[in-house]
Design a protein around this ligand. Structure first.
Ligand SMILES: [Zn+2]
Length: 70
C-alpha cells in the first residue's frame, strides 16, 4: 500500500514522495510539490503581470502628457 500524507494546502492526502515539509507561521506542515510549484508559477505570472501593468501605465501617462502639450 502506498504511503500518503495529509496536505494542508489541498486538504487531501498525497503520496508521501510528493510531499515536502515546509515551515509556516503555525509550524512545520506537509505540502505537496504540486501546490508548491503551482504557487511559484502563480507568483511569477503575477509579477510579470504587475511589471506589464506598470509599463503600460507609464506609457499611458506619457501619451497623455504629450497629447495635452499639442
Ligand atoms: Zn496538495
Amino acid at each position: 500500500m502506498q504511503q500518503t500524507a495529509f496536505c494542508y494546502r489541498c486538504g487531501s492526502n498525497h503520496p508521501i514522495e510528493e510531499m515536502r515539509q515546509i515551515l509556516t507561521k503555525s509550524g512545520k506542515r506537509l505540502r505537496c510539490i504540486i501546490s508548491i510549484e503551482a504557487a511559484k508559477v502563480g507568483k511569477d505570472v503575477r509579477e510579470a503581470y504587475g511589471r506589464l501593468e506598470t509599463e503600460s501605465n507609464k506609457a499611458t501617462s506619457k501619451f497623455n502628457k504629450s497629447f495635452k502639450q499639442t
